[in-house]
Design a binder for this molecule. Sequence first.
Ligand SMILES: [Zn+2]
Length: 103
Amino acid sequence: MPGQGRRTAPLPKGWPRIRARILRRDGHVCQWRVATGGICGEPANQVDHKVNAASGVDDHSDANLWALCKWHHDQKTGREASAVAHARPSRARPAEAHPGLLP
Ligand SMILES: [Zn+2]
């Protein structure tokens, strides 16, 4: 049977334990960096891969995992999905000089 269109790599064995450990390490606080500096700080109940398996990296080490709140996790997941969707080569059209601008 060909793949069933699975989009994410399977989680490693013992994931619930890894997940609990990361949440504890990060104090159950969202680690998302906000533009003003510092972190989001909302209560976190998600553990996210900083570098997603979809980008060819399968890194379940603590260094690649962080706690995120649901909102930021959804934001990031959405951005990754649209980055994939927009990964098509873009056909750049050369800018044309407007004939009306010629002397
Ligand atoms: Zn957050």
